[in-house]
Design a protein around this ligand. Structure first.
Ligand code: SF4
Length: 337
């Protein structure tokens, strides 16, 4: 079941697959509704496209079998960034900052026997999504790749890697040509210093360089910039749109394709674009006209009321803990707050 159900199992991968998910699969194959999917059914009643519908569409041609056809793995929280909308469960750098998991220097990871079981369950794999932490820096993924390679599983697998692309780890990327296809989903949420603040301590220039470097990978790889827009993206969104157009031109000049996927952050609510001051929303809507973000204009509720001091406090607290000067990263912030 997907993360939208809120259902969490704490058993081993084999027990989850055989004992917890088998009854669910049986009910679903008989077209029966299950309680865990109630939020999706509810959205569908409201005529909103649910995760259930999206995944059913994505995997409509994938048949069921004795072993999983699709795995979405988070093997560790090891990450070199502490993005403002992330937390200690997903980022070891956040964990260190907030004093969590001290015994392991902030890092959580699965143990060897769990990874062994995941390997054994992977023989019929067709789709694989890797998240983290930062997957390219997590050694367990390299161990897993070795297993997939040794057992000749890689040529059957469409791989998606969700990455901050602050690094191009040679070892990790050396496996990419072995997969049936690869989609690199690069998380970038704003232009320049604004992105460096959101995705601290990321380096926007380096990430841009790394995105361009990916055109040199084999043709089985496609690239997508995945943007989770938030209040801190709004001040110079036009620069961000122009930056993406430049990237598109660069990719076209190399006869390759780069796509963009846009979402907006709901949590923490202090950063949700719906909770921006009205004059910032107008500034945002004016900038996104005739850009790749223009569709967002219709979804912005200009009359939404919010206590803006909450956003100020949230951002200032981050600055205090990290000893950052907000004006350096987001000079326009004080014009609206
Ligand atoms: S790169 Fe991803 S995992 Fe790392 S801190 Fe940012 S959002 Fe979290």
């Amino acid at each position: 079941m997907c993360c939208a159900t809120g259902e969490r199992f704490h058993d081993t991968p084999k027990v989850v697959w055989q004992d917890r998910l088998a009854p669910v699969r049986k009910l679903l194959s008989e077209n029966q509704k299950i309680a865990a999917c109630s939020s999706c059914y509810h959205q569908e009643e409201q005529k909103v496209i649910s995760f259930r519908q999206l995944y059913n569409k994505q995997f409509e041609k994938v048949s069921t079998g004795k072993l999983p056809r699709h795995l979405d793995l988070d093997l560790s929280n090891f990450c070199n960034l502490k993005c403002i909308m992330c937390d200690y469960t997903r980022s070891s750098t956040w964990a260190k900052e907030s004093g969590k998991f001290k015994d392991t220097k902030g890092v959580t990871e699965i143990n060897e026997s769990t990874l062994d079981q995941i390997c054994e369950l992977s023989h019929d794999l067709q789709h694989l999504t890797l998240q983290g932490g930062e997957p390219s820096m997590i050694p367990q993924y390299v161990t897993y790749f070795d297993y997939l390679k040794k057992n000749k599983i890689m040529p059957n697998v469409h791989l998606v890697v969700v990455t901050n692309l602050t690094n191009l780890k040679e070892k990790f990327y050396s496996y990419m040509p072995e997969f049936k296809s690869v989609n690199i989903s690069v998380s970038v949420d704003a232009y320049g210093e604004a992105n460096n603040f959101i995705r601290y301590p990321s380096n926007f220039e380096q990430v841009t360089k790394n995105i361009k470097e990916l055109v040199n990978q084999r043709n089985n790889m496609s690239v997508k910039v995945h943007s989770a827009l938030q209040i801190l993206s709004m001040f110079n969104i036009k620069d961000f749109a122009d930056w993406f157009v430049d990237l598109e031109r660069f990719y076209q000049s190399k006869k390759r394709y780069i796509g963009q996927y846009i979402q907006h952050v709901h949590e923490p609510e202090e950063l949700c674009i719906m909770n921006a001051p009205t004059n910032l929303k107008h500034h945002f809507v004016d900038q996104i006209r005739n850009t790749g973000f223009s569709a967002l204009a219709d979804s912005i509720n200009l009359d939404n009321e919010y206590d803006y001091s909450r956003t100020v406090n949230y951002v200032r607290k981050i600055c205090d803990v990290r000893r950052l000067q907000l004006e350096k990263y987001l000079p326009a912030f004080s014009n609206f707050y």
